[in-house]
Design a protein around this ligand. Structure first.
Ligand code: AVJ
Length: 319
């Protein structure tokens, strides 16, 4: 019997259809927007990995510090037998949790990337041959059902990616997460915290220009997937702190007036000189806000942990 199974809830061509719909909608409305999920082709994922190692980009290191310090408390508080990880990617940081969760029998990584799931499962199976791994190819922002696995369940959503969702999307997402949980199950959420503007902007506009390359990579994705003729050098990377919404916005600013053709959509898109496309929001949080948003969907905050510098938080809540 193989301890590894893979379930696909995402049709093979769903990604393609969703990209078309998002680009069609986002580039024909004003102001122009593109959802951040399209950064992450192979090159984009590589660039994000590089970002996590930059001196200015603290969230990955801060979250890892918390996980290492608190993994045993998380294990004791939850007694989890199943760990579900949304947006698991390489399952790199998850290792700290897997090692501490002594009652764990089952790991359910959920990601849109089948190749990332296979890679992560291969590595984990070699290290933990007894672990039952049920990988799911699914979009965690859409509805999906979990396989029947032993409780209590711990659903984890790490990295601060929840900040990429707009407030209404976030409420819908948290409601869906709540729907995956039975009474006595837990939700572990990573959130980047509000802090001084200079630190935040530097984290999204690094000196080496890696984040700029990551941002512009979405243009390369549209060129390849949709036959578009975006020239990455005709756009510049912009990162600004929106103090009212308490989020970082990444934008791509057209350096000249230009028209870009997108043959797959039969579309020609005009850009004025200086016109910006919003490509990402990355919301930053405060404890009271997180607690209230969890409470609104029926989750009770039971632990709030930050790194020593108070830059990032992990919250544990119970259904
Ligand atoms: C992977 C969504 C957590 O918002 O900080 C990094 C993505 N964007 N640099 C974030 C990102 C620019 C990152 N998340």
């Amino acid at each position: 019997m193989s301890p590894f199974r893979m379930t696909r809830t995402l049709p093979e061509d769903a990604t393609d259809a969703a990209l078309r719909a998002d680009v069609q909608h986002g580039l024909t409305t004003s102001p122009k927007t593109l959802p951040p999920k399209w950064f992450y082709d192979a090159r984009g994922s590589e660039l994000f990995d590089e970002i996590t190692q930059l001196p200015e980009y603290y969230p990955t290191r801060a979250e890892r510090e918390i996980l290492i310090a608190r993994a045993h408390e998380i294990a004791a508080a939850t007694g989890a037998r199943t760990l579900v990880e949304l947006g698991s990617g390489s399952s790199d940081k998850t290792r700290h949790l897997l090692d501490a969760l002594t009652d764990l029998t089952t790991y359910v990584p959920v990601d849109v990337s089948e190749s990332a799931l296979r890679g992560a499962a291969d590595t984990l199976l070699a290290e933990r041959p007894g672990l039952d791994i049920h990988a799911m190819v699914a979009d965690f922002t859409a509805a999906f059902d979990l396989p029947r696995t032993p409780g209590p369940r711990l659903v984890a959503f790490l990295g601060g990616t929840v900040g990429n969702l707009l407030p209404e999307e976030r409420a819908a997402f948290l409601t869906a997460v709540r729907g995956l949980l039975a009474p006595g199950d837990f939700f572990l959420l990573g959130t980047d915290l509000v802090k001084d503007e200079a630190t935040l902007v530097a984290a999204y506009d690094d000196a080496a220009g890696v984040t700029a390359a990551f941002n512009k990579n979405v243009l390369t994705v549209m060129d390849r997937e949709l036959g578009a003729d975006f020239r990455p050098d005709a756009f510049e990377h912009v990162a600004v702190w929106n103090a009212e919404c308490e989020w970082i916005e990444m934008r791509l600013r057209s350096t000249t007036a230009q028209t870009v053709k997108i043959p797959a959509l039969g579309l020609a898109v005009d850009f004025a000189a200086g016109e910006e496309v919003r490509t990402e929001v990355s919301a930053k949080f405060r404890q009271e806000g997180v607690k209230a948003e969890l409470h609104d969907v029926g989750l009770e905050l039971v632990h709030w942990w930050t790194d020593a510098e108070g830059r990032f938080a992990l919250s544990l809540s119970r259904a």
